[in-house]
Design a protein around this ligand. Structure first.
Ligand code: NAD
Ligand code: MG
Length: 393
């Protein structure tokens, strides 16, 4: 039986890999809608490839361009927030949520409909509003399947036992492009160097988050919400081969791990599956040819963003929301070459400490989360001029 699917963030890295998975299984999926950010031509192309019924672009000004690019195809289209939410509202059994950043929260949250399956790539939704998001998903009977490779692996591993018997759940980090660099060298690295990820090919924001290891911090917070594990039972290991994605250590000392070659099509196929697995024609993991897998502890001295995220997870309340917002502003400024690498962690730390005394409780609704997010962004933006490269000259 075919299932209908809507893809949020269809023109991005995860969106394109999802299109590949779907095209290899056309008997299983029918694409209802695709959503993109700004690029009308790229969205029209993916809509055509997938034979989607509806294409929605967030950028309102591109309405004409999108309609023109789709003319004669019979694919309906629209642009602006109303169109994005129309795409989310249309009937679909599965929604793959892969908009980047906190911009994905409202559409992903609106996609929570009774009986639906959400294949969740947009980790920022959970970091910003995890309690509210998961409570609504539970209330509405929505299945959330993680697309993030580490969480997808943990989801499998955790199925081998009971949550209360988990001593520790570990996610791995490839270590990013600066794994072997000295702090002095990292300090001078530009966004192009930070984007040269050794293992994964990803969107621009997650690339920088991987270089700072903030990505791993956000993933710990994501794991906390997905699996109901507190900070003390979550850990990170650096694993450059990126073959073991997640491990669960049980109270009897046994360990269950999730392994796969690093290709996002594997967890995507897994998150989309119904009963059984989708056959994927991808290279198979050949441990003998890899020969050796290595593991190390993360160096929080060179990668302070990881410690900041762990501190926010431990402190709880609204701090993860605040950390996430400050990080997005700082990463944008770094990508625009306005600030240096360690200004990202400095700004995140300053914003978190500005708010920590207020002990704001964890947002109970998405609206509350977005209000806190906006306030933290304002604070981060106010700090930017003090860190600007120009101000240092
Ligand atoms: P990307 O930048 O390549 O793609 C983002 C997509 O979102 C694009 O289609 C873009 O047009 C769309 N978009 C951006 N702003 C939008 C808006 N306001 N409204 C509607 N659409 C908008 O990012 P990506 O690497 O595909 O990552 C997407 C999400 O998946 C992120 O949350 C990331 O953390 C997560 N993720 C990515 C990977 C990976 O390997 N790329 C792995 C795990 C998790
Ligand atoms: Mg990941």
């Amino acid at each position: 039986m075919t299932r209908s699917l809507t893809i949020l963030g269809a023109t991005g890295s995860i969106g394109r890999s999802t299109a590949d998975v779907v095209l290899a299984h056309q008997d299983e999926f029918r694409v209802e809608a695709v959503v993109g950010g700004r690029n009308a031509l790229a969205l029209a192309e993916v809509a055509r490839r997938l034979g989607a019924k509806f294409a929605a672009l967030a950028e309102e000004g591109e309405n004409e361009a999108l309609a023109q690019a789709l003319s004669g195809t019979g694919i309906e289209s629209g642009a602006g927030q109303t169109a994005v939410f129309e795409a989310v509202e249309r009937d679909a059994d599965v929604v793959l949520a892969a908009i980047s950043g906190t911009a994905g929260l409202a559409p992903t949250h609106a996609a929570l409909k009774p009986g639906r399956r959400i294949a969740l790539a947009n980790k920022e939704s959970l970091v910003c509003a995890g309690n509210a998001f998961m409570a609504d998903a539970r209330r509405l009977g929505v299945t959330i399947m993680p697309v993030d490779s580490e969480h997808n692996a943990l989801d499998h591993a955790l199925a081998a036992g009971l949550n209360r018997d988990v001593e520790k759940a570990v996610i791995t980090a490839s270590g990013g492009p600066f794994r072997t660099w000295s702090r002095e060298r990292i300090a001078k690295a530009n966004a192009r160097e930070a984007s040269a990820h050794p293992v994964w090919s990803m969107g621009s924001k997650i690339n920088i988050d991987s270089a700072t290891l903030m990505n791993k911090g956000l993933e710990l917070i994501e794991a906390h919400h997905l699996f109901g594990l507190e900070a003390e039972r979550l850990d990170v290991l650096v694993h450059p081969e990126a073959v073991v994605h997640g491990l669960v250590q049980w109270k009897d000392g046994a360990v269950t791990a999730g392994l796969a070659l690093p290709d996002m099509k594997v967890p995507i196929a897994n998150a989309l599956r119904n009963e059984g697995r989708l056959k994927m024609d991808l290279p198979r993991l050949d441990l003998a040819s890899i020969g050796r897998l290595s593991f190390d502890r993360p160096d929080e001295g060179r990668f302070p963003c990881l410690s900041l995220a762990i501190a926010a997870l431990r402190a709880g309340g609204a701090l993860p929301t605040i950390l996430n917002a400050a990080n997005e502003i700082a990463v944008e400024a770094y990508m625009a070459d306005m600030i240096e690498f360690y200004d990202i962690s400095d700004i995140v730390e300053s914003v978190c400490s500005t708010f920590s005394g207020r002990r704001i409780p964890a947002p109970a609704t998405v609206v509350e989360a977005l209000a806190i997010d906006q306030e933290a962004r304002k604070t981060a933006r106010r700090l930017l001029p003090g860190h600007a490269k120009a101000a240092r000259l």
